[in-house]
Design a protein around this ligand. Structure first.
Ligand code: 7RM
Length: 633
């Protein structure tokens, strides 16, 4: 497969060509994949409805591209390396041949248990090989996977299952995460009390903890797998058939089911993986994300496997048993490309230099960063201490909605600069717009980041609610996809993403809507109203600051805080717990009743000087009171 850009000059040439002839460009890229039937039309689109279709008429199965087509030449190459949570447990490898066999067998298990093309299947599992197998087995039979990150609560799982009307759940008894054991099956049992659409649950034994199995509904993975053979021809899907749904937070209270389709997503994940990381045939690629997020979908599973790469999957967390774990894994498996998040880099940097000293990191040749803006200090630390000063860093900007990397250096090929995602990949047309939606031309400017032409990995809809997709992404600025991010383009035309301009927080790389957290907190009967904002946090990137109005002055503020945290954990998951909760008598509101979050953000940051005009507020006095009560720790 060679669609890899080889030089900066070639990048410039291909970029220009891709913008002038997008359809010809993407058709050429798509030609590197295996299609059962070629497409009739490369692209059909408008951003008004929106209606976006790539490679219409084309037929394929993404697992044939990720598995079958490699069997002849790469059958004995390692496809997945699995590193367990406990460093003393042996790691496991699956070759392409073995992974193919396992996926086919589990696909037969799915079929035996009633799953068919088009069904939605919820996957709630730890980072074990069986998770990747389950995802690929769904794709093999044309079922639509909806992976839910293992940190979400029963309530969140139930919301997602109901929204997608899943009829099956794949889970495990529990998960090992650092020193903790997390029960997953009991959480699923709780979630399923409100999910009548689910009639089958397949349970993998991972922790061997005791679980309840509901008769006629719950079956064990190992029992079911014993009943099947490994013969499972791939179901043929249309390019625009749904491949997966992945829920992500927006500025409204309810997470959206971002929809990706088979053909375009495959082409985009595959092309971007190969190019951004400049993957070479014998390299080992380690993406530390969880498969519950889009990064894991695109750059642990689909992108690497579509390119016949070796992808490493890690079950645990970066600080267990200590803050040197990622570096140990790099040495142990001789990792060449490491793709991780700024929040991990910052926390491992802060843990102290002795966790990096004496580690064998010489195998590394390229580094990547994803999920949030990386600050200059962390960028340099990453390059100097992990990348031994000679690995290029690809600071990759993209979103769940974009399916793959959009703006990023191409490792070792195009230039890098700390804090900058740099240049758009071929086929990507970023534009900056001002408040009025006017395009801001030229360099040394900043504005809201939009994309003006489709690419194969763009979301097609939000599941079950197309209007929501339109209003969220395509209505703010006519004929543009709006990313929700602010961005600057420097004098050299390089892009720097400055963060969200909507009410979405990015806490340790987790996307969380302020409205989601507010809705959860508001469930506490002792509270009248809540406002949640983000504030800069040394390690998490952003922390969550909640302002809450109580019905009556609380007798014990800390008890009330603990209750609020428990509600957020129950409604969303522990990762969404506020770092600070300040009780207030009022919130700064405009005369029309809109909360002025800008003011709350300034106060949370401790920026009392530039709070701006408060005279338009209903009750300007609340600002002084909130300032006085600010929590600085
Ligand atoms: C891949 C992923 C998307 C949001 C996005 C940004 C932020 C992601 C970068 C970044 C600055 C980056 N998907 N973001 N990557 N900000 N530099 N390299 O993270 O849907 O979970 O989040 O994350 O705000 O809109 S996501």
């Amino acid at each position: 497969m060679n669609y890899q850009i080889q030089s900066f000059a070639e990048y410039e040439e291909i970029y220009k060509y891709s913008i002038e002839n997008p359809e010809a460009f993407w058709a050429e890229v798509a030609g590197h994949f295996q299609w059962q039937k070629p497409w009739d039309t490369v692209l059909n689109w408008n951003f008004k409805d929106p209606n976006i279709k790539w490679f219409e008429g084309g037929k394929l199965n993404i697992t044939e591209n990720c598995l079958d087509r490699h069997l002849e030449s790469l059958g004995n190459k390692t496809a997945l390396i699995w590193e367990p949570n406990d460093p003393n447990e042996p790691s496991r490898n699956l070759t392409y041949k073995q992974l193919h066999t396992e996926v086919c067998r589990f696909a037969n298990v799915l079929k035996n248990n009633g799953a068919k093309k088009g069904d939605r299947i919820c996957i709630y599992m730890p980072m074990v090989l069986e998770l990747a197998i389950a995802v690929l087995a769904c794709a093999r039979i044309g079922a639509i996977h909806s992976v839910v990150f293992g940190g979400f609560s029963a309530q969140s799982i139930s919301d997602r299952i109901q929204d997608a009307q899943c009829n099956m759940v794949i889970t495990s008894d529990g998960a090992f995460r650092g020193a903790k054991q997390i029960p997953l099956k009991p959480i699923i049992d709780e979630a399923l009390k409100t999910c009548p659409s689910v009639d089958k649950v397949i349970v993998l034994a991972r922790t061997k903890s005791a679980v309840n199995m509901t008769a006629d509904r719950d079956v064990w993975w190992h029992n079911e797998i014993a009943k099947v053979n490994s013969n499972c021809p791939a179901e043929i899907t249309d390019a625009e058939d749904l491949l997966f749904i992945l829920y992500t937070s927006g500025s409204t209270g309810k997470p959206k089911g971002v929809v990706h389709t088979c053909g375009g997503y495959m082409v985009y994940a595959g092309y971007t993986f190969s190019n951004v990381f400049q993957y070479q045939p014998d390299e080992i690629f380690f993406c530390t994300a969880d498969i519950g997020w889009v990064t894991g979908h695109s750059y642990i599973i689909y992108g690497p496997l579509a390119n016949g790469a070796t992808s490493l999957m890690f079950e645990g967390v970066p600080n267990f048993p200590d803050a040197g774990r990622l570096w140990d894994i790099v040495g142990k498996h001789q990792v060449n490309i490491l793709y991780t998040a700024p929040t991990a880099i910052r926390s491992l940097m802060q843990a102290g230099h002795h966790y990096v000293e004496n580690k064998n990191l010489s195998s590394l040749t390229k580094l990547g960063s994803v999920g949030e803006p990386i600050n200059e200090e962390a960028w340099h630390w990453y390059q100097d201490n992990i990348g031994h000063k000679d690995c290029p860093i690809a600071d990759t900007w993209w979103q769940t909605e974009t399916g793959g990397i959009m703006i990023s250096p191409i490792a070792g090929i195009t230039p890098t600069k700390p804090c900058y995602a740099m240049l758009p990949l071929p086929g990507i047309q970023p534009v900056l717009v001002d408040e009025k939606g006017e395009e801001i031309l030229g360099n040394d400017v900043s504005g809201n980041l939009c994309i003006k032409f489709p690419w194969p990995g763009i979301l097609r809809t939000t599941y079950g609610d197309h209007e929501r997709c339109r209003t969220n992404y395509f209505a703010a600025y006519p004929n543009l996809y709006f990313t929700g991010d602010g961005c600057l383009r420097d004098a050299d035309g390089h892009y720097r993403i400055t963060g969200r301009v909507d009410d979405v927080l990015n806490v340790s790389g987790h996307r969380i809507g302020t409205a989601e957290v507010e809705n959860a907190i508001d469930m506490h009967h002792g509270l009248v109203e809540t406002a949640v904002v983000g504030y800069p946090h040394d390690i998490k990137g952003q922390g969550i600051y909640a302002y809450a109005i109580c019905l009556e002055p609380p007798e014990d503020e800390n008890k009330l805080r603990a209750e609020i945290l428990a509600i957020v954990t129950k409604e969303i998951g522990a990762f969404a717990k506020p770092d600070k909760i300040q009780f207030v008598n009022g919130l700064p509101k405009t005369r029309s009743g809109k909360i002025m979050r800008r003011i709350l953000r300034k106060i949370a940051e401790g920026e009392f000087e530039n709070i701006g005009d408060v005279t338009t507020l209903l009750d300007p006095a609340v600002v002084e009171e909130i300032k006085a009560g600010r929590l600085d720790r």
